[in-house]
Design a protein around this ligand. Structure first.
Ligand code: GUN
Length: 291
């Protein structure tokens, strides 16, 4: 059996399910779900991610539109746009692609997004719902990781899971989602953890989300470990036409032989984050129209 956790394959399966649901709804006369994607400035990787999101929306029948704004937009202008999108009944969900220019506070941006349209799952209301019985729009990357665990039947019950990365929207959210299962022993580390190896070496599942290439090496893991690599970094690679390649936090080549299951980068968690965005958009749409 392949050791690769294939995010592209799973995301295609979920996209087919989403496409079917939307097709049934539109055949009944409902309008298509609608998503707006706000991109501020010309950050190269963001443009690539946003294009992938637009393409994914198109493939399932979500009506997605890109709103491109200049680098020097003011915080107040962005707030105005967010308030307009909050009020627009024809918009089911929207996201503001991160990172943002330095003069814009991400916190203020997130605070202004109506949580019922926050299909990234970044608002306090949505992140807070991880710990509630009434789950709202869950953070997209965390939702993608949990979907991979489920669809690959990764056995985490009574197992030791180490999450490397404690950011609010990603690592911290993933750790909290695992804690909520109430059957996993979860240890949360970050880029400042001393002697990381002493913690990872016992782990049955390692989820790394810090964005540091080659942080997790072969000597830090035990035989049979499962690995979910959330990291995405660009590193120089003169053999590529673009001059760079995308890598995760984990030294894939050396760990592969020890691992039970492992995500590649790219092609692991990335497509799952996008498909979770589609799932969240569908959730808003179905609840709005009581489908
Ligand atoms: N930048 C990198 N990943 C994401 C994401 O999932 N959502 C948003 N809004 N920005 C990102």
């Amino acid at each position: 059996m392949s050791k690769i956790i294939d995010g592209i394959k799973i995301s295609k399966e979920i996209k087919a399910e989403i496409r079917k649901k939307i097709s049934i709804a539109t055949k009944k006369g409902f309008r298509s779900p609608s998503l707006k994607i706000v991109l501020v400035g010309g950050h190269g990787p963001s443009k690539i991610y946003v294009n992938a999101k637009l393409k994914a929306c198109e493939s399932v029948g979500i009506d997605a539109e890109l709103i491109s704004l200049s680098d020097n937009i003011l915080q107040e202008e962005l707030t105005e746009l967010i308030k307009k999108l909050n009020k627009d009944n024809d918009v089911d969900g929207f996201i503001v692609q991160l990172p943002l220019p330095e003069n814009i506070s991400i916190q203020k941006v997130i605070e202004n997004i109506d949580s019922s349209k926050d299909v990234d799952g970044f608002t306090n209301d949505n992140i807070g719902s991880i710990t509630s019985k009434n789950k709202k729009l869950l953070p997209a990357t965390g939702l993608g990781v949990m979907t991979l665990i489920k669809r690959y039947s990764i056995d985490v019950e009574s197992k030791k899971c180490v999450v490397i990365g404690s950011s609010r929207n990603v690592g911290g959210a993933i750790a909290q989602m695992l804690v909520q299962r109430e059957d996993v022993t979860v240890t949360v580390c970050n880029s400042k953890t001393k002697d990381l190896k002493s913690i990872t070496i016992d782990a049955d599942l390692i989820i790394s989300a810090v964005g540091i290439p080659n942080l997790v090496t072969e000597d830090m893991v035990k035989d049979g470990v499962s690995i979910i690599d959330v990291g995405i970094s660009r590193v120089k690679d003169s053999s590529k036409r673009s001059g760079f390649k995308i890598v995760g936090d984990v030294d894939f080549d050396s760990i592969y032989k020890k691992a039970n299951l492992i995500t590649p980068v790219p092609g692991g968690v990335g497509p799952m984050t996008i498909v979770s965005l589609l799932q969240n958009t569908l959730k808003v749409y179905c609840e709005k129209f009581k489908i």
